[in-house]
Design a protein around this ligand. Structure first.
Ligand SMILES: Cc1cc2nc3c(=O)[nH]c(=O)nc-3n(C[C@H](O)[C@H](O)[C@H](O)COP(=O)(O)OP(=O)(O)OC[C@H]3O[C@@H](n4cnc5c(N)ncnc54)[C@H](O)[C@@H]3O)c2cc1C
Length: 415
């Protein structure tokens, strides 16, 4: 149900932000339960069934890990995006200018696909449709949360839309606003940030040959480059490009003509994916590692980019956030079933105990991969070479890496 201002003065859970993370949390809270509690989702942009307007549903594509797809399927969300998803059957990792590499196949991990690639616009459309169909989620949009203040037994939120404003309270506020609006800074929560001094150029490219479900990860002297399979469009074979560059080079790269851009790209990525014949609209994303120093307080939890923003090289940001969200949903549902306060610090601490290890492992994995493959020193090149040889020669190590990439290193949460 969409409203402009909230229908009630108090909620069990208020989620700030209907991006990928906030929306999937809302769906998980109300999934197949008679008593989901009073759930409010507040989104600054308009939510409708056409092209999604939320900023996260832009021109990017997302690699959804096998475990994310399991969760989305359970929530009934996968079915609406499956037709737009290209399976990854193989991952081919190579180092520009060096022989060898790592080849990972679904069969290494006994699965048919290591993950699927879906354009964010298609994810947005599927998630928005689920919100619009739900009678259990109250959705306020376009409404901005302007402040969150702690009270003794709850949180107080100030909401603004046009000239109208109001205040509500919630037993639990989940901040999933992507780190965009300074709300956690208002609360005095510090974010540890380290810039990679890199930006990612993303675009869809048309290629001369079918990709056969192969994702290419290539490490170049400038930074990592990924070409990911997409479903064909108008009988054109397409792949999603994520091409990392030092931040000082970005203006020059973006100023290149399409023809020069393609020539440069082809030099860096080689010909394993075939000839690049066309490039779509390009966009740039500065890359930092950011982790909030506190992700829970009484009546408050942080999820998604506002809790942790990772380098996209390992495709882990949303997948990790979804695991955090599913664990939080399970925790809140149990609290509500047992008539406990879902925002009590004890209950939230139990959620944190479940996700903390996964976060540490995934953030470290993504950061080490980024630094190892963004450094062109001789020592690092040797480390990469021996690392890749080691992975090829040690099937258990390869299997473990595949399980990490698929999000199966942590036990699944049951809703
Ligand atoms: C180039 C690139 C490629 C990536 N590829 C992958 C990948 O392959 N796999 C993967 O797992 N991850 C990937 N990621 C990471 C992934 O995109 C993020 O983890 C994900 O988008 C985070 O979503 P979010 O919901 O936390 O934030 P957002 O998408 O930013 O959503 C936040 C929402 O909150 C709303 N909002 C903001 N402030 C307020 C307010 N005050 N009141 C109300 N609403 C508000 C906004 O309008 C927005 O809709 C990639 C990231 C980049 C940059």
């Amino acid at each position: 149900m969409i409203t402009l201002l909230p229908q009630h003065e108090h909620y069990d859970v208020v989620i700030i932000g209907a991006g990928m993370v906030g929306t999937t949390l809302a769906c998980a809270l109300v999934h197949q339960t008679q008593h989901p509690g009073r759930i409010l989702l507040v989104e600054a942009t308009q939510v409708h069934s056409g092209k999604a307007a939320q900023p996260g549903f832009d021109a990017r594509s997302t690699v959804l890990s096998a475990s994310s797809i399991d969760y989305l399927r359970t929530l009934g969300l996968w079915q609406a995006m499956e037709a737009a998803a290209a399976p990854i059957h193989h991952i081919q990792v190579s180092d520009q200018g060096h022989f060898g590499g790592v080849h990972m196949a679904g069969s290494d991990a006994n699965v048919s696909a290591l993950g699927h690639v879906v354009e964010n616009a298609a994810i947005g459309q599927a998630l928005n449709q689920a919100l619009l169909n739900s009678s259990a989620i109250e959705l306020c949009c376009p409404v901005q949360v302007t402040s969150v203040k702690p009270l003794p037994q709850a949180m107080q939120l100030s909401l603004q839309t046009g000239d109208s404003a109001c205040r509500i309270t919630a037993a639990l506020v989940v901040v999933a606003e992507g780190g965009r609006s300074g709300l956690i800074q208002q609360l005095g929560i510090h974010v540890e940030a380290r810039s990679y001094r890199q930006s990612a150029v993303i675009a869809n490219v048309a290629v001369s040959q079918p990709h056969q479900g192969i994702a290419h990860e290539r490490f170049t002297s400038k930074g990592p480059l990924a070409l990911l399979p997409l479903i064909p469009h108008a009988q054109t074979e397409r792949m999603a490009l994520v091409w990392t560059h030092p931040e000082d080079d970005i203006a020059g790269i973006m100023a290149l003509s399409d023809q020069d851009f393609i020539a440069r790209l082809q030099t860096d990525c080689g010909h394993r994916a075939g000839q690049i014949v066309h490039i779509g609209k390009r966009a740039v994303f500065p890359l930092t590692l950011q982790v909030a120093e506190e992700q829970l307080r009484p009546h408050l939890a942080l999820l998604g980019n506002v809790a942790h923003t990772l380098h996209p090289v390992a495709g882990q940001g949303f997948n990790l956030a979804l695991r955090d969200a599913m664990a939080l949903a399970a925790n809140v549902r149990e609290s509500l079933q047992q008539q406990l306060n879902p925002g009590s610090f004890n209950r939230l601490q139990q959620w944190w105990d479940v996700v903390q290890k996964d976060q540490l492992r995934t953030i470290t994995f993504s950061d080490v991969m980024t630094r190892l493959f963004s450094n062109n020193s001789m020592a690092m090149a040797l480390l990469r070479k021996f690392g890749m040889v080691g992975i090829e020669l040690l099937p258990p190590l390869k299997q473990q890496l595949a399980r990490q990439a698929m999000g199966y290193q942590s036990p699944a949460v049951r809703l």
